[in-house]
Design a protein around this ligand. Structure first.
Ligand SMILES: [Zn+2]
Length: 693
């Protein structure tokens, strides 16, 4: 028995890729996010509409006439339908009872309507309307327990009314879709919108499909998907078309003002251009409808594409920049909701270029996660005798850039090189220990560099540098080899901390001969200031640089102290197999302990590797799932198999799976969802298993 909704992959923010099974009798999967296209009689008569949408897989129907078996089964066999009735509750109930068989067996799900003529009403009246609606809805839900329904959510601008809906949704498992009728009508109410979404995400089963209806234009689609909306009802475009509006994505233009049709869809190429100036033309309105729906459909296709293959957050930012309400929404989400959003946002994205567009990018959840994790998990190497601060480079990883190769040509002259802790200052990520330069997002971000940092950028980087430097003995000398724009940051931290900062003389560029000479002589001058407390362990099979990196990457993924347990003294561990991955192999036992994947910047440990790190009794605090059994079947761990789990699970991170008795590690894999989803769901995929016992 398959579930109504399945979450397949999480993306940044609350965005997610999933599928809905629209049929109870067969498998009819409709991918989400998706846009539901309205079907109207007038449109069905237009050949261009049929031509354009015959392959679309999700429609909204509002008239009983479309509930004919012939229509649903023959013409649109592989299509999902949402029946959204615009009339009264009583009439809807009649239709439902007449068509029970269709709603039970066919590819259509109906929304229990909540229609009320006025939209602005007082608080008390709104509350009683919601209560009345819920009483009637519960009656339908209980009478038809085997039929799936959508529930309408109308809040009348009083976002706290969502609390009235929550218990009803929890009690009635045949509610599969929540149709937000008026919540997205005004994006200027961004706080109320976020509040409603957060209530749903933290209090209800996360497998409930979220649908957005109401006054929605395509321009808002990227943000709606970022907020976790799975389905968007595009019916409002019919109304806008009747009002003679032409959607260009950025704007809604009155059609008579459109001189150049910026679209080559079937109607724009066809008769619409001849009708632009005509008044009272029903053909013009029909054609406008088709164009506007095509715009909505194409934009959703773009979103689906970008969710899979590009940095989706960058797209959301770009598409929000000309709308102050959308920008504010992103800012509030980044600033106030990180503790929730971090458990929905994958820890890494594979081979995606992340463009920082400016202030809107500074506190992206994946950037904040990186900073927080680095501050929490990065511990000084005990053999450190010197800290060196360096500027970032456009090329990633930094050490492959021309400038960093020059720095290294100086630093590697010193036999103490492995005792140097390099920290790279960059905007907007912060202060990056060299060992973490290969992980996401350090390996993927790009920003236009002009040399001018704004106050927020300086604040972010100096705060992170402060946190990291504080972990070190204050007698360890800190050499700053920085251009003018970075100096403020080092000086600010220098003024707060007792540590000894020494600045090189930069002559022109930091890479000029004179500057590099100054770096060399300053390092020479202070290289013996601090005596190391322990020695760097000698390893012969891989460069010291890689050993240092792998230890810190493991700490980053699994918590401070993890790396040294896996890559320890007794072990001669490592061997490169190809450019895209590094195998961690114990040369004594020939055991494979893990693989470092350069594309994702992550280490996937084997069970043998994990055994060095985690022991009985296992601590549930971090990266653990307790499986309800002894042996995992198949390649996916589902929610039903999870007995208990750590509260710090983040999508795309690796997790240790232990048996029911908590006696041994029985598997490992990549998380599909995070702790919040697991906590709030009864079904769904949880881990993509990479190894099982
Ligand atoms: Zn067009």
């Amino acid at each position: 028995m398959s579930n109504f909704f399945e979450l397949l992959e999480n993306r940044i923010g609350f965005s997610r890729i999933g599928r809905i099974n629209f049929s109870k009798v067969e498998k009819l999967y409709i991918r989400t996010p998706n846009v539901a296209i309205p079907i109207k009689n007038v449109l069905m008569k237009q050949f261009s509409f049929i031509q354009e949408f015959e392959n679309h897989d999700l429609f909204i129907i509002s008239k009983e006439i479309f509930l004919k078996i012939g229509f649903l089964r023959e013409k649109f066999r592989n299509t999902g339908f949402i029946f959204s009735y615009p009339g009264t509750y009583e009439k809807y109930r009649e239709i439902l009872e007449k068509n029970l068989e269709i709603f039970t067996k066919d590819n259509v799900i109906s929304i229990i309507p909540f229609n009320i003529p006025s939209t602005t009403i007082g608080r008390d009246f709104a509350e009683s309307e919601v209560k009345n609606y819920l009483t009637s809805a519960v009656d339908i839900l209980k009478t038809n327990p085997t039929i799936n329904f959508g529930l309408s959510i109308r809040l009348f601008d009083y976002s706290e009314l969502i609390d009235l809906y929550i218990p009803v949704i929890k009690e009635n498992e045949n509610i599969k879709i929540l149709n937000f009728v008026d919540v997205f009508d005004r994006f200027s109410n961004f706080r109320k919108i976020i509040n409603s979404i957060v209530e749903i995400k933290t209090k209800l089963d996360n497998n409930i499909v979220i649908m957005a209806s109401g006054r929605i234009v395509p321009k808002y689609f990227p943000m709606l998907v970022y907020l976790g909306v799975d389905l968007i009802d595009s019916s409002f475009l019919l109304y806008l078309s009747a009002e003679n509006f032409y959607d260009t994505l950025e704007y809604l233009l009155p059609i008579h003002k459109v001189k150049y049709l910026p679209c080559s869809c079937v109607v724009c190429k066809g008769n619409l251009k001849n009708l632009v100036g005509s008044k009272q033309s029903s053909e013009k309105i029909d054609l406008l409808c088709i164009h506007n729906l095509i715009v909505a459909h194409n934009y959703m296709m773009k979103i689906k594409q970008y969710l899979r293959h590009e940095d989706y957050r960058g797209f959301v930012e770009k598409s929000s920049l000309d709308d102050t309400a959308l920008i504010s929404m992103l800012k509030i989400l980044d600033k106030n909701y990180f503790p929730l959003v971090r458990f929905e946002t994958p820890i890494s994205q594979k081979t995606k270029k992340v463009n920082c567009l400016g202030p809107s990018s500074y506190n992206r959840p994946d950037f904040r996660e990186f900073r927080q994790r680095t501050i929490n998990n990065f511990e000084p190497e005990p053999w450190t005798t010197m800290i060196i601060l360096l500027p970032c480079s456009a090329k990633k990883p930094y050490s492959l850039s021309k400038s960093h190769k020059k720095f290294h040509s100086v630093l590697r002259k010193f036999q103490e090189f492995t005792n140097f802790q390099e920290i790279i200052l960059t905007s907007p990520l912060g202060a990056i220990p060299r060992q973490l330069e290969n992980i996401y997002p350090v390996n993927s971000y790009d920003i236009s560099v002009t040399g001018d940092w704004d106050d927020t950028e300086k604040e972010i980087t100096s705060e992170m540098l402060h946190h990291i430097v504080t972990k070190y003995n204050e007698d360890i000398p800190i050499i700053c080899h920085l251009g003018s724009d970075y100096l403020d940051i080092a000086e600010k931290v220098n003024s707060i901390l007792p540590h000894n900062f020494h600045f090189t003389k930069v002559d022109g560029k930091v890479t000029s001969k004179e500057s590099l000479k100054s770096l060399e002589s300053l390092v020479k001058q202070h290289v013996s200031d601090f005596k190391s407390l322990s020695k760097f362990p000698e390893k012969n099979y891989l460069s010291n640089t890689w050993i240092r990196k792998l230890i810190k990457i493991l700490d980053y993924q699994f918590g401070g102290g993890s790396g040294i347990k896996i890559i320890n003294d007794d072990l001669i561990p490592l061997r490169f197999t190809s450019k895209s991955q590094v195998d961690l192999i114990d040369l004594k036992t020939k055991d494979k302990l893990g693989i470092f994947k350069t594309l994702s910047g992550q280490i996937c440990l084997t069970i043998k590797g994990l055994k060095r790190m985690a022991h009985v009794p296992f601590s549930i605090d971090s990266n653990i799932i307790i499986f309800d059994g002894q042996e995992i079947q198949g390649n996916t761990l589902f929610r039903q198999g999870v007995l208990d789990f750590s509260s710090n699970l983040i999508p795309n991170n690796y997790v240790i799976i232990i048996d029911k008795e908590k006696k041994e590690i029985i598997g490992t894999g990549n998380l599909i969802v995070g702790s919040n989803f697991i906590r709030n769901s009864k079904t769904g995929r949880v881990v993509k298993i990479s190894e099982k016992k």
